[in-house]
Write a protein that binds this ligand. Sequence first.
Ligand code: FAD
Ligand code: NAD
Length: 475
Amino acid sequence: MSEKYDVIVIGGGPGGYVAAIRAAQLGLKTACVDSYSGKDGKAAPGGTCLNVGCIPSKALLDSSKHYHHIEKEYAEHGIRANGVSIDIEAMLKRKDGVVKKLTGGVTQLLKANKVDFYHGKGTLGAGREVSVAPSDDGDEVKLSADNVILASGSVPIEIPNVAFDGKYIVDNVGALDFEAVPEKLGVIGAGVIGLELGSVWNRLGSEVTLLEALPDFLALTDRDIAKQSLRIFKRQGLDIRLETRVKSAEVKNEQVEVVVEVENEDHSLSFDRLLVSVGRKANTEGLLLEDSGVRLDDQGRIDVDEKSRTSVDGVWAIGDCVRGPMLAHKASEEGVAVAELIAGQFAEIHFDTVPWVVYTDPEIAWVGKTEQQLEEEGIPYSVGSFPFAANGRALAGGHGDGMVKMLAHEETDQLLGVHIVGSNASELIGECVVTMEFQGCSEDLARIVHAHPTLSEAIHEAALHLDGRAIHRAN
Ligand code: FAD
Ligand code: NAD
């Protein structure tokens, strides 16, 4: 006999655990199945994001930023700090503590919301039957439900001739746990993970080289922001090599020997450690029995429509295992929306206003369309911008790098995109997301009172500049 639920969620990441909590809040009898085990071998719901993604990377970004500031920036403030050293073991321990606190918190939240949690691998069969192979090697458990939400997340992409070995050639998991600062760190892929984790180890003293196949840096980002960011990161010491194709990597005498092709010529490079961060793919391994009927798309993701419905009635899929950006907040909002749809409520996600953030220093954040996209789509637009070098608060804090760029429809003034590279861009983007969600105009941002002195005045000024009436820069 299988235990019957209204909703079973497979996967306990930011998509899955949020969907389970929302479904339970709506009075649905809910189970959440997650196979992730923490370093202590115990259940650690929270998925990639809490265990080996968003949270531990930000913990290390913050720790390394403190160290870097003491080493390189305090002197400018007249603060002399001698004999500063770094204790990597303590830094990693702190990071692990933050992760444990949060995964423990998710366990408590599931319990408080009366979600039944199963620690094990879930497989979906026909008729919305789910079998769970427990992580502790116990007996298989059979469950069934009127609705199943698949939230199995993603895994790193491996490239040919560059095999992960968990020590020298690693993915994000390995790069969050180097026991010592690698003298030379190679990174394949100058994308989000490469830049964030490359920055961590660069600040701690590694010589970091990023090998990027494409000719354009941060190709998805607005071109002006990408250009400024590249200049800033190079100045910080990141050696970013574009149009560099990795052909192979091999460990010899505790060194990773990498062969790259640049302008049709092969070159050899040597590193102490190599991080491969060339993107992630949907994780569907062992998730679906053949008779489940759930269809995958041409990229191996679970095929869903705009409401997250799969090819099988009552089976839904959300987060990294489906189309759309691989972002924790996108996964969570899809989870909420699906739970509400199951409960018979109205729900929809506006993918156009999902914000993106790269947590480098300065941060990069954006929402909406880039200038290149507007050009390609033939949408008439106006541009406004403002440099942080002209913002009092930024200068007072030593954060003069970067800019805000704003794009609005040339005729209606509706806000179409805002792009920021600068300190606290992750927080600044919030008001732009709200404005776009309410279909606001650049004029709305220009007429709203912004506190002085704040970084947000750069958004105000960019909006004024778009209309040719900025006060603190030439128009
Ligand atoms: P996941 O978080 O991957 O969770 C899926 C869970 O399902 C996992 O616990 C997995 O073990 C489990 N699972 C899979 N299959 C089964 C099965 N058959 N049975 C049981 N359990 C199963 N995004 C941001 O928005 N901001 C960031 O700052 C950010 N930083 C990141 C940094 C790094 C280094 C990485 C790798 C990613 C980062 N991301 C960030 C992306 C973010 O982690 C993902 O978008 C997010 O975790 C996706 O959530 P999810 O619930 O879809 O999947
Ligand atoms: P990415 O897509 O951000 O970057 C991968 C980069 O690798 C790209 O620039 C790509 O051109 C390059 N590349 C691909 N194949 C290559 C090859 N063979 N040789 C050299 N370069 C190659 O992917 P990622 O950095 O692995 O991150 C995966 C996803 O995780 C991101 O897309 C993002 O959705 C998510 N993530 C988000 C955050 C955040 O929100 N702050 C942080 C980390 C990860």
